[in-house]
Design a protein around this ligand. Structure first.
Ligand SMILES: Cc1cc2nc3c(=O)[nH]c(=O)nc-3n(C[C@H](O)[C@H](O)[C@H](O)COP(=O)(O)OP(=O)(O)OC[C@H]3O[C@@H](n4cnc5c(N)ncnc54)[C@H](O)[C@@H]3O)c2cc1C
Length: 337
């Protein structure tokens, strides 16, 4: 890290996009005393954001299986910020399980990740009684957490207002029309200025059943992408998520079969669950799948959060604030024009 010439710390701040990146930026900047206005083209339901469809897992150790060390570094800092700002966030860990036929991949996952404990069938039952008799063993990542995006986004928006910031919904703006410091958190819509962004499709299904009770996310090892079941409360579960190099936003029959099959493999009572929603979102990603804070004087763009938006947004917002307040550059994620 080094110091750079920075924008004026007392300038008003406009943030474009109230998804998870924009919301965390707005919160930290408003709390630091900036006059913050967030512009969001969607209404308060946020259905035009990728964040609306996310799992909300805060899982830096599990994600290390397929991501660079910087994701772990920022992810762990984010966990501290989630804990500090949202102390009610459940940090009761996550589980990884596998079918007998995927044993080799399970052992590989265990080798590539850290901060986990191996549970035998009995210990697994003690932790999640609903999984009794389902799996020979499991990996338990005790320090991981999860949030429900559709609850936490409105909470973040309310906190921004409490901190003195303003959110304008149904406000589709052009960065060129705004003065002061502008932080562009438009996700995939920022492709007009960040041409190397691409969308990576993630499909999800929400089901409802009173027959299964889980307290934490359960990942099922799968040869093509990580499948998981996340409890949402009130008998609802999110099944996610595919990872497909496509910008189509539908849900294919094949993906639906795989997601529903994963739920059924975790617990056969999911066979009788009611399907509540099929959905998909496009994860904004750069070619290296790493997040980027691009700085051009008072114009800052935060993007490429890919499959880690909830995990990374707090730490990225803190870095952007550190740059504006003190000129500190993080060489791993910042690019200065
Ligand atoms: C199925 C699925 C599961 C996922 N699971 C996880 C997970 O478990 N954990 C995790 O950390 N991440 C997860 N992700 C990834 C995460 O959802 C993304 O990284 C994150 O949502 C990206 O956030 P963002 O704020 O950059 O973009 P977005 O959420 O898309 O927000 C951008 C916002 O900008 C607004 N906007 C665009 N243009 C304009 C304009 N001109 N004016 C005003 N507003 C504008 C849009 O309406 C949108 O609301 C998942 C993603 C998917 C699809």
């Amino acid at each position: 890290m080094y110091q750079s010439s920075k924008p004026r710390g007392d300038s008003p701040v406009s943030i474009i996009g109230a998804g998870i990146a924009g919301a965390w930026h707005a919160l930290l900047f408003a709390q630091a005393g900036h006059a913050v206005t967030v512009h969001e083209r969607s209404d308060a339901g946020m259905t035009e954001s990728t964040s609306h469809f996310a799992g909300g897992m805060l899982a830096p150790w599990c994600e290390a299986e397929a991501s660079e060390p910087v994701i772990g570094r920022l992810g762990m800092r984010s966990l501290d910020l989630w804990r500090q700002h949202f102390p009610q966030t459940p940090f009761n860990g996550s589980l990884v399980v596998a079918h007998a036929r995927d044993r080799a991949d399970f052992e590989r996952f265990a080798k590539l990740t850290t901060n986990h404990r191996r549970l035998d069938a009995r210990a697994l039952t003690e932790l999640e009684p609903a999984l009794e008799g389902r799996f020979r063993d499991a990996l338990f990542y005790p320090d991981e957490g999860h949030v429900e995006p559709r609850r936490v986004l409105p909470e973040l928006h309310a906190r921004i207002a409490q901190a003195g910031g303003t959110i304008e919904f149904n406000s589709d703006v052009d960065a060129g029309d705004l003065g002061g410091i502008v932080i562009d958190c438009r996700g995939l819509a920022a492709r007009d200025t960040q041409a190397d962004l691409r969308g990576v499709k993630g499909e999800m299904i929400v089901v409802e059943t009173p027959e299964v009770a889980l307290s934490r996310p359960v990942r099922l090892i799968h040869p093509r992408f990580p499948l998981y079941v996340i409890p949402r409360g009130d008998g609802r579960f999110m099944l996610g998520a595919t990872s497909i190099e496509s910008e189509d936003t539908g849900v294919s029959v094949r993906s639906a079969l795989e997601l529903l099959g994963a739920a059924y493999a975790v617990h056969p009572a999911f066979a009788e669950a009611r399907i509540v929603e099929f959905g998909s979102g496009l994860r904004p990603a750069f070619p290296d799948n790493l997040p980027r804070i691009s700085i051009e004087q008072e114009r800052i763009a935060v993007n490429g959060l890919y499959r880690h938006g909830f995990l990374l947004a707090p730490a990225l917002a803190e870095l952007t604030l550190g740059y504006v307040a003190r000129g500190v550059i993080d060489n791993e994620v910042m690019r200065c024009a």
